[in-house]
Every structure is written in structure tokens, then in C-alpha cells.
Design a protein around this ligand. Structure first.
Ligand code: KIV
Ligand code: ZN
Length: 388
């Protein structure tokens, strides 16, 4: 039996907090609508207490999103929780996500507190959040560096206080996959009421291990994965949604789990987030990088021509990637341009091929490869010139 993994997207919260300038409200809504189309289960829309803009964005997204649950972040502080609840007021399905640090280093150096006080604060916060919704997530910040005894203690108390999701955060991306798996397995062994909650994981990528750690956690019983589009997030980023969901899909038989994502929306969503966040995608990035499905060596090309499965473990079509095996350069003819534009959803009547081709050649001479977004711009500019 395959069990479902809940996909919790935090592009608009953890992702946004890593940008030089926060996304504007219109762009946040555009991303939320794309995430809904991608069928993510939960959209963490923001941290309402952090700024009026974040509050407004969570409010707007709560109004507009119908098919994904909308979540807002709050520290384990009464004001944060009340403001998060207010921002989420009109959401059809909502979650309050409250968190506090549990590691010794954070408790002593950052919070100047004691573990006992942290436990009390967490319990009070969860109980308060439950007054606004039955769906409360509690996160142990820096769980990856928290002693196992303390982690088990606070998780049991959080479940007892009413948290239905417990999130184990590897906030600084420190753990190794076998260690992180061991943390999750130990919770299942040692926390008496663990089965009353969904165990979630939230991994950062400081050592490039966030996806591996998330998959290891799933193998140990975690059933929610927190991630962001293109892996954007604090410092080196978060677990990349497209990577973790495609790893689950490609290895579903072995992992015995699945997600309900609309995989064909992955490419579009990735490009949208990259453009709106002004965060280019490295060419060799897994799944959504420019080179992820291009084959260069003669031996590989020979294999691909005989049977694509020789060097492709997932198909580009499965993530909604149009056939990019034809590079558009100054050597390309009109037929190739026309075919690519049609595959982008344009009708022949939407542009003038002769004018566009002339501009295309000038651009291709200057920059070499011409991409879909260049074609979009050329269509726009040649049409505007025609209308002048
Ligand atoms: O990395 C982290 O610990 C977080 C928490 C708010 C879950 O982002
Ligand atoms: Zn985080």
C-alpha cells in the first residue's frame, strides 16, 4: 500500500524571507495560484506579524485559494498567533504554524531561556492557536541539533496540547541523512502519542543534503515534507520541491509513498518563481536546470537515439517540459521557430512570422541560443512595432 506524502510549500515564507526585497502582493498571489495549480497540499503564505505587506498577502491568498490549505507562521507568542489567525480568517482551509527553538545553543544563546520554560511557552502557544483552528502545526526549530531526550519530551507535550502536525526542522542543514532518519525513527519509538500527529520535516541545504535528509525521513515514517520551488530559502535554501517530489515519483515502488502533485506544472512554476524572485536557476540543477534533460556526449546521444531510457530516468514531458532537444540559434529555420512558438500556445495569427524571423536572426547573432522567454519578448515587440 502506498501512503501519501503531504507537500507543504513554503516558497512564499521561507523562500521570500531570503530575497533582497520581498515579493510584492500581486506576485505573491500569482505564485500562490501557480502552487494551487501544481496541487500542493499546503501553501505557507507568509508570516503575518512580520510586516503589514506579509499580513495583507496572507489575507489576499486566504481569500483566493480554494483547493490548497493556507498556512501562516507565528512565533510561540500570543500576538503573533492572534495576527496569524486574523490574516487567515477567510481561508476555507487554514493552518496556524507556530514554532520555537528547542536546541541548547538556541535556548541559551538566542532565547536566554531554559528548556522547561520553552516547553511551557510551546504548550501555551499551541493551546491558544487551537482556539482559532483545529489544524495547528508545531515546529521544533533547530531540532537537528536538539538532544533526543528533549526532542521526545517536547513533541509529546505538543501533541498533548493539540498540535496535529509536528515539524522536525533541520534549521541549519547540519544533519546527515542517517542521523536525520534516526531522529525520526526514535520519535516513533519513544514518543507515546506520536501516532496522533503527522510527522513533518523541514530541511535546509547548508551541506547540500536537504533532499536526501527529507527522503531519509520519509523512509522513517515522516508523512509531510516542507519545501520550496527551486529550493529558494534562507542561506543555501530549503529542500527543493521539484527534486523531492520527483525522487518520490521515480522511486515510488521502493519508497511505497506518493504525492498528489500535478507534475506537469513543475517547469512552469519553477520558471515563474525564478523570474518573479529574480533568482536564476543553475543550468545543471536537478529536474529544472537548463541541462537537466540535454545529452552531450556522443555515447549518451547514441544511447538516447536508440532508447531514451538508457540515460533518462524521468521524462521531460512528465514535468511539463516541451521538447527542447532542438536548440534555437541563428542556424535555425522558420519551421523550427514556428513549431516552438506553436508549442508555447500561440496561434499563427498571433504574430507575423516574417517580421519575427528577421528580429530572431538579429538576436541569435548576438546571443547564440534563443530561449522561449526571448521569443515571448520578440512576439510582443514585433507586434507593438507593427501597431505603431
Ligand atoms: O528553518 C526553520 O527552522 C524554520 C521554522 C520556522 C520551521 O523555517
Ligand atoms: Zn526554514
Amino acid at each position: 500500500m502506498s501512503e501519501k506524502i503531504i507537500i507543504f510549500d513554503t516558497t512564499l515564507r521561507d523562500g521570500d524571507q531570503s530575497l533582497d526585497a520581498s515579493l510584492n502582493i500581486k506576485d505573491k498571489l500569482t505564485i500562490a495560484l501557480a502552487l494551487e495549480k501544481l496541487k500542493v497540499d499546503i501553501i505557507e503564505a507568509g508570516f503575518p506579524i512580520s510586516s503589514p505587506g506579509d499580513f495583507e498577502a496572507v489575507q489576499l491568498i486566504s481569500n483566493r485559494i480554494k483547493n490548497s490549505k493556507v498556512c501562516a507562521l507565528a512565533r510561540a507568542v500570543p500576538k503573533d498567533i492572534e495576527v496569524a489567525a486574523k490574516a487567515l480568517y477567510s481561508a476555507e482551509n487554514k493552518r496556524i504554524h507556530t514554532f520555537i527553538s528547542t536546541s541548547d545553543i538556541h535556548i541559551k544563546e538566542k532565547l536566554k531561556s531554559s528548556f522547561e520554560k520553552i516547553e511551557e511557552t510551546a504548550v501555551r502557544a499551541i493551546k491558544l492557536a487551537r482556539n482559532f483552528t483545529d489544524d495547528v502545526e508545531f515546529s521544533c526549530e533547530d531540532a537537528g541539533r536538539t538532544s533526543l531526550d528533549n526532542l521526545c519530551r517536547i513533541v509529546e507535550k505538543a501533541i498533548h496540547a493539540g498540535a496535529s502536525t509536528i515539524n522536525i526542522a533541520d534549521t541549519v542543514g547540519y544533519t546527515l541523512p542517517n542521523e536525520f532518519q534516526n531522529i525520526i525513527s526514535s520519535l516513533f519509538l519513544k514518543v507515546p502519542n506520536i501516532h496522533k500527529a503527522i510527522i513533518s520535516v523541514h530541511c535546509h541545504d547548508d551541506l547540500g543534503l536537504s533532499v536526501a535528509n527529507s527522503i531519509s525521513a520519509v523512509q522513517a515514517g515522516a508523512r509531510q515534507v516542507e519545501c520550496t520551488i527551486n529550493g529558494i530559502g534562507e542561506r543555501a535554501g530549503n529542500c527543493a520541491l521539484e527534486e523531492v517530489v520527483m525522487a518520490i515519483k521515480a522511486r515510488a515502488k521502493d519508497l511505497k509513498v506518493h504525492t498528489d502533485l500535478n507534475f506537469k506544472e513543475i517547469t512552469k512554476t519553477s520558471q515563474l518563481v525564478s523570474q518573479l524572485c529574480n533568482m536564476p536557476i543553475q543550468p545543471n540543477k536537478a529536474i529544472v536546470g537548463e541541462n537537466a534533460f540535454s545529452h552531450s556526449s556522443g555515447i549518451h546521444q547514441d544511447g538516447i537515439l536508440k532508447n531514451k531510457k538508457t540515460y533518462e530516468i524521468i521524462t521531460p514531458e512528465s514535468i511539463g517540459l516541451l521538447d527542447k532537444s532542438l536548440n534555437l540559434t541563428s542556424r535555425s529555420g522558420r519551421a523550427a521557430i514556428k513549431e516552438r512558438i506553436a508549442s508555447m500556445g500561440y496561434e499563427d495569427s498571433d504574430y507575423n512570422l516574417d517580421n519575427l524571423y528577421e528580429s530572431f536572426l538579429k538576436l541569435a547573432d548576438k546571443k547564440g541560443k534563443v530561449y522561449d522567454y526571448d521569443l515571448e519578448a520578440l512576439i510582443y515587440f514585433t507586434n507593438t512595432k507593427d501597431n505603431d
